[in-house]
Design a binder for this molecule. Structure first.
Ligand code: IMP
Ligand code: MG
Length: 191
C-alpha cells in the first residue's frame, strides 16, 4: 500500500491499488499542460459531470492557467449499482448558455459510453464552438455508444474501480487513490 493508504476501515475492500495520489497528480500535470497548449488565448468552459468528476475537476482546473468558466451537470446512469442501465437521466432541465464557447466536458470514467454520448448530444444543442471530452480513466472495452475522449488520464482493464471521486453505491469517493474493488462486494450487491 502506498504512502496515502491510511484509510484502514475501507482498505480491506480494495483488491489492489492501480494509481496512488502521486501518480494521479503527475498525470494531471501532463494533461493540464496539454489542454492549456491546445486552447491558446482562448476562454474555456468546463462542464463537470457530477458526482464522480469532483476530485478531477478540482485538481485539474487549478493546473490550467487559462481564463475559464465552470458549470456542473448532474447525471444519473447507474442507479447505485455496478451495472449500467443504459438510460441517462439529467437532474436539471436547462442547458448552460454555451453558444460560441469552447467546451471541455469532464468525467471520471468512460465505460459503456452511454453517459458521455448523452451529455455530448445535449450540449451540442446549445451550439458551442467546440466540444472536447476529458476523462481520468477509460476502460479498454467495446463501447455501447460511439464516443471518444480527447484527453485520457489512464487506460485501464474492464474492472470496477473506486476512489478519487469514483464510487460504488456512493462509497469510496474520498479515497486519495484509485483501486480495484473486491469482486465479492460487487457480487453481493447483485444478489
Ligand atoms: P458509462 O455511461 O457506462 O460510460 O459510465 C459512466 C459512469 O458510470 C461513470 O461516470 C461512473 O459514474 C460510472 N462507472 C463506470 N465504470 C465505473 C467503475 O469502474 N467504477 C465506478 N464508477 C463507474
Ligand atoms: Mg458513479
Amino acid at each position: 500500500m502506498p504512502a496515502d493508504g491510511l484509510f484502514r476501515l475501507v482498505q480491506g475492500d480494495i483488491e489492489r491499488v492501480l494509481f496512488d495520489g502521486t501518480a494521479i497528480h503527475k498525470r494531471l500535470d501532463e494533461m493540464a499542460a496539454q489542454i492549456t497548449a491546445d486552447y491558446p488565448d482562448r476562454e474555456l468552459t468546463v462542464i463537470a459531470i457530477l458526482t464522480g468528476s469532483l476530485m478531477l475537476m478540482l485538481d485539474l482546473m487549478r493546473r490550467i492557467p487559462l481564463p475559464l468558466k465552470l458549470d456542473c451537470l448532474s447525471v444519473v446512469s447507474y442507479h447505485g449499482r455496478a451495472q449500467t442501465s443504459g438510460e441517462v437521466i439529467f437532474k436539471q432541465l436547462a442547458v448552460p448558455d454555451l453558444a460560441g464557447r469552447d467546451v471541455l466536458i469532464l468525467d471520471d470514467i468512460l465505460d459503456t459510453g452511454h453517459t458521455l454520448a448523452a451529455v455530448h448530444k445535449k450540449l451540442e444543442r446549445a451550439k458551442p464552438r467546440s466540444i472536447r471530452v476529458c476523462v481520468l480513466l477509460s476502460k479498454r472495452k467495446q463501447r455501447a455508444c460511439d464516443v471518444n475522449a480527447d484527453y485520457v488520464g489512464f487506460e485501464i482493464d474492464d474492472e470496477f474501480v473506486v476512489g478519487y471521486g469514483l464510487d460504488f453505491m456512493e462509497r469510496y469517493r474520498n479515497l486519495p487513490y484509485i483501486g480495484v474493488l473486491r469482486k465479492e462486494l460487487l457480487e453481493q450487491s447483485n444478489q
